[in-house]
Ligand binder design. Structure first.
Ligand code: NDP
Length: 293
């Protein structure tokens, strides 16, 4: 079994980005800039936004965070998005989800100019990705494609089963794995909560991508011998074996599945670090006007 070391791959991509940032800074005086909007006090959202700011700093990007209390009005949020849309210094904007119940996340996402939508959530970017036009691809699926590519895993002609059909992971993942390119060119099956005989379907997969949000749901009997297993799930569970009293686990029962898999991503240190790096890659593309010009 080969461990797909997302942390190591993410670090090497960050080094590549930092070199490119230096180059465009010296050539054009331009520093890529990622802005984030954070609403409320949710600790997980705060951690994500702080990690994104830290990653920006590491590669030499500027970053800014627009913080709002949980009772901010939708109108004020939309106006802030518009303000950032019009700021020529800012290349990418992300709105940390989830938003409080009184705010429609789709309305906010659709307010972001597609040229700055480095999360790849705007329908224009989703549509462009779907028909194979240059687009910002949502961070987690983009990170997984990068992991697959950099681990030398061939996908053409393979059977790929994706567990989960969310807009941010499962659905875009299915489009990317089925696209006419390598990585891609796989025969894709998407499973969800209404799928019958799930175990029989997953056991056919050469490549199994799991994003269902159920701790250690995928067990060894659901996996084909020699399969590539990508675990997107992250769950914090209590543990008596760590100093913090918690540990992170995925949607896959790592101990048993890793004995059958040819390649597997660990949790933590697999898909997670690639998600942030994808955002950096998209922001760099925006600063260089590679997608829209
Ligand atoms: P969602 O909750 O939005 O979607 C879960 C999907 O899994 C749904 O399509 C649901 O089906 C399906 N599902 C749920 N339970 C079952 C089941 N028992 N059998 C079959 N299908 C099931 O999740 P996300 O895609 O947003 O996230 C998935 C996991 O990945 C979470 O643990 C999340 O924390 C993690 N995550 C990690 C990231 C990272 O950077 N590492 C980034 C994003 C997410 P249905 O549509 O029918 O309801």
């Amino acid at each position: 079994m080969e461990l797909i070391d997302g942390k190591k791959i993410a670090e090497s991509i960050k080094k590549e980005i930092a070199i490119e940032v230096e180059r465009i800074k010296n050539r054009d005086g331009k520093v890529p800039h990622l802005a984030a909007i954070l609403v409320g006090e949710d600790p997980a959202s705060q951690t994500y936004v702080n990690s994104k700011a830290k990653a920006c700093h590491e590669v030499g990007f500027d970053s800014s965070t627009y913080r709002f209390p949980a009772d901010v009005s939708e109108k004020e949020l939309l106006e802030t998005v518009e303000f950032i849309n019009n700021d020529p210094e800012i290349d990418g904007l992300i709105v940390q989800l989830p938003l409080p119940k009184h705010i429609d996340p789709q309305k906010v996402i659709q307010q972001i100019r597609p040229e700055k939508d480095v999360d790849g959530f705007h329908p224009v970017n989703v549509g462009r990705m779907t028909i194979g036009l240059p687009a910002y691809i949502s961070a987690t699926p983009n990170g997984i494609m990068e992991l697959i590519m950099r681990s030398g895993i061939q996908t053409t002609g393979k059977s790929c089963v994706i567990l989960g059909r969310s807009n941010i992971v499962g659905k875009p993942m299915s489009i990317l794995m089925a696209r006419n390119a390598e990585p891609g060119n796989a025969t894709v099956t998407v499973c969800h909560s209404k799928t019958k005989n799930l175990k029989e379907v997953t056991a056919q997969a050469d490549i199994l991508i799991v994003a269902i949000g159920q701790p250690e749901f995928v067990t060894a009997d659901m996996v084909k011998e020699g399969a590539v297993v990508i675990d997107v799930g992250i769950h914090r569970v209590e543990s008596s074996q760590t100093k913090s009293g918690f540990r992170l686990i995925g949607d896959v029962k790592f101990d048993e599945v890793s004995k059958k898999a040819s390649h597997i991503t660990p949790v933590p240190g697999g898909v997670g670090p690639m998600t942030i790096v994808s955002l950096l890659m998209n922001t760099l593309k925006s600063a260089k006007k590679e997608i829209y010009n």
